[in-house]
Write a protein that binds this ligand. Structure first.
Ligand code: HEM
Length: 588
């Protein structure tokens, strides 16, 4: 009894001590934030407190039920993952181009001025990535390309970039076209389907496995897939890990593999997945290392071959440890497949709600690809012509920017000009590009900035004069004056030009500066080939409910996208796409 009381007393005392210490840190951070002279909001818990990450939304939704200010305050507005997705433009509209959220751990400075952002990206040394956030990704080894900094990061970046080359892109193209085609046929065989989220993830993971790890898998639809072969189990283990990524990042894989812990069955499955994933990574790596030692790796430029070479490199500053190799394999798997997959899922739902955009897209696909089967599509000649496919990618990533970024000032104060005023930012301040505000700003994108309208990225003959100089010189009104989609008037294909973003700093989908996304081209090639395979000969619609008209169904889909956009794990995604059934049919 005495020991229980003592235990309770210790817990309560620790609770008080922690609260007192948090309050003190919050006060110090508040004083520092005041020095910037910009609007301030105070929140009690840091966004990236690991335990908070697991329960933030549940707790906030409970607190919201309380009456008055108890339920409506800074905690319920700003203190959970993805708050900005729900708040949209409000915060910056209320507080201007820069404001700060004060937490006990750090001050979070949000910036929405594109000029200030681009100058921040250009000064990569003054505003490096805050690797503490990505360090969570060192779960299967590391440091890796996403978590290292300085010289160590440069070595990682060179290795990864050297393998994500044009040869890799050509491989991505043919694999994506073939798998996209298999997926389209699978959906057509069901006609009504709900597995878009899982199937698209399978396809994008298979492409990544082929292009980066040299492992080829045929498409298997969701529920049809049983991990029968050792190779397929790699894919399943990675998918299981991705689905539970937050749990793994918070508790680490070791927790799940401790045999003596009484874990629920679902967690035991996760434990198996972690072990299997590790075994596969080791097999892939050892296989390449053996080939390298036997001088049989020449001509293999896959990521895993480059990693094996780097691990055997004896030159100082150019070699990677085995743990770094595994860390990079995991991070590239994570960064390279969920991103594209979530974006394609959004696009399929947008297209289901916009049949005239599907017609616009398939006109281009038929003109460029004719009746050629996917295995005859050519990366070098076909890909650059599929501008409408790219427009749909740019537009989807504009309205659904998946990857949140965090930079910081490290151990020094930094100054940054924001709309003609120089802001002095204290050391250790986190700096967040407010991409939602930048990407939805009507002053940059026009009055319809909040709408998903891919044609804004295409300039046609009516804008020919300005586009013949340079696409990015196209003005806002010329962008708005793009091809009239609904009537499909526009057949003067020769003159279509894919536009660049209106100005630097106005489009942040793949980030900017030295730490931008090295997989940008990979994802573009993958996207275009999948879209081509899906929409040249097929179309998608929402399954109608009762006597619902097309317009009513369209509104339902658009509302569904709005309501279900959230951070499931670390990325923005469409939650529960399976709850809105779609119909897939041939247009031939
Ligand atoms: C549409 C798909 C994609 C989007 C929107 C995207 C976006 C981004 C963004 C915004 C960053 C910077 C994150 C930060 O600063 O914290 C990033 C980094 C990264 N991305 Fe992507 N990405 C995509 C696809 C890919 C693919 C296909 C790969 C690999 C095959 C990849 C590999 C990486 C890696 C390794 C990094 C870390 C780079 C570094 O720290 O130097 N990404 N990505």
């Amino acid at each position: 009894m005495a020991s229980i009381l003592l235990g309770l007393w210790v817990v309560v005392a620790l609770g008080f001590a922690w609260t007192g210490y948090s309050g003190y840190c919050l006060y110090i951070n508040y004083l520092q934030a005041c020095e910037m002279g910009i609007p301030i909001r105070i929140i009690p818990i840091d966004h990236l407190n690991k335990m908070w990450l697991l329960v933030d939304k549940q707790i906030v939704s409970l607190v919201r039920r309380l009456p008055g200010v108890l339920g409506k305050n800074n905690l319920t507005r700003f203190n959970y993952r993805g708050w900005h997705e729900h708040d949209r433009m409000r915060a910056h509209d209320e507080m201007g181009d820069a404001f700060v959220l004060v937490t006990p751990s750090h001050n979070w400075l949000y910036i929405a001025d594109p000029d200030a952002l681009i100058s921040m990206y250009r000064r990569g040394k003054d505003f490096p990535r805050w690797v503490e956030i990505t360090k969570m990704l060192d779960v299967f080894g590391g440091p890796n390309i996403a978590t290292a900094s300085g010289e160590q990061w440069r070595t990682h970046r060179k290795v990864v970039q050297s393998s994500l080359n044009e040869r890799c892109n050509a491989l991505v193209w043919s694999e994506a076209a073939s798998l996209g085609d298999q997926m389209a046929r699978h959906w057509a065989s069901k006609r009504m389907f709900t597995s878009v989220g899982e199937d698209v993830r399978t396809v994008s993971l298979n492409i990544l496995c082929k292009a980066c790890f040299g492992q080829s898998y045929a498409f298997q639809g969701h529920n049809d897939s049983v991990p029968t072969s050792p190779s397929a189990s790699f894919r399943f283990s990675l998918l299981t890990i991705m689905e539970n990524v937050l749990l793994i990042l918070a508790l680490r894989p070791r927790f799940f593999t401790e045999p003596w812990l009484p874990l629920p069955n679902a967690w035991r499955e996760l434990s198996k997945a972690c072990i299997t994933f590790r075994e596969h990574m080791a097999n892939f790596y050892n296989q390449k290392r053996r080939l390298l030692n036997e001088n049989k790796l020449a001509g293999d430029s896959t990521l895993i071959a480059s990693l094996a070479r780097a691990s055997q490199n004896k030159e100082e500053g150019k070699s990677l440890t085995e743990s770094e190799v595994y860390g990079t394999m995991f991070v590239v798997s994570f960064a390279g497949h969920d991103t594209t997959a979530h974006l394609i899922t959004f696009a399929i739902f947008y297209l289901a709600a916009n049949s005239f955009v599907q017609d616009w897209l398939s006109n281009e696909l038929r003109r460029v690809l004719g009746h050629r089967p996917p295995q005859e599509w050519n990366y070098h000649s076909d890909f650059p012509q599929l501008k409408r496919c790219m427009a749909i990618l740019y537009e989807t990533l504009r309205v659904k920017t998946l990857v949140p970024e965090v930079k910081w000032t490290s151990d020094r104060p930094q100054s940054l000009d924001i709309k003609g005023r120089t802001l002095t930012i204290p050391p250790e301040t986190l700096v967040i590009p407010s991409y939602i505000h930048v990407h939805n700003n009507p002053r940059i994108w026009g009055a319809d900035a909040q709408e998903w309208r891919p044609a804004r990225w295409i300039a046609g003959s009516r804008t020919k004069k300005s586009i013949s100089i340079h696409p990015s010189s196209c003005t806002l009104s010329q962008r708005r004056d793009g091809p009239e989609l609904k009537s499909n008037l526009y057949d003067d294909y020769e003159e279509e030009v894919l536009l660049s973003p209106p100005s630097r700093g106005s489009y942040l989908g793949w980030s900017e500066g030295t730490r931008d996304c090295p997989g940008k081209r990979f994802s573009q090639v993958e996207w275009v080939a999948i879209m081509a395979a899906l929409f040249r000969d097929w179309k998608v619609e929402p399954r109608r409910q009762g006597n619902e008209t097309f317009t009513e169904a369209r509104t339902r889909v658009l509302n569904f996208i709005d309501k279900n956009t959230d951070y499931g794990g670390l990325l923005l995604q469409l939650m529960h796409p399976e709850s809105l059934p779609l119909v897939w049919s041939s247009t031939c």
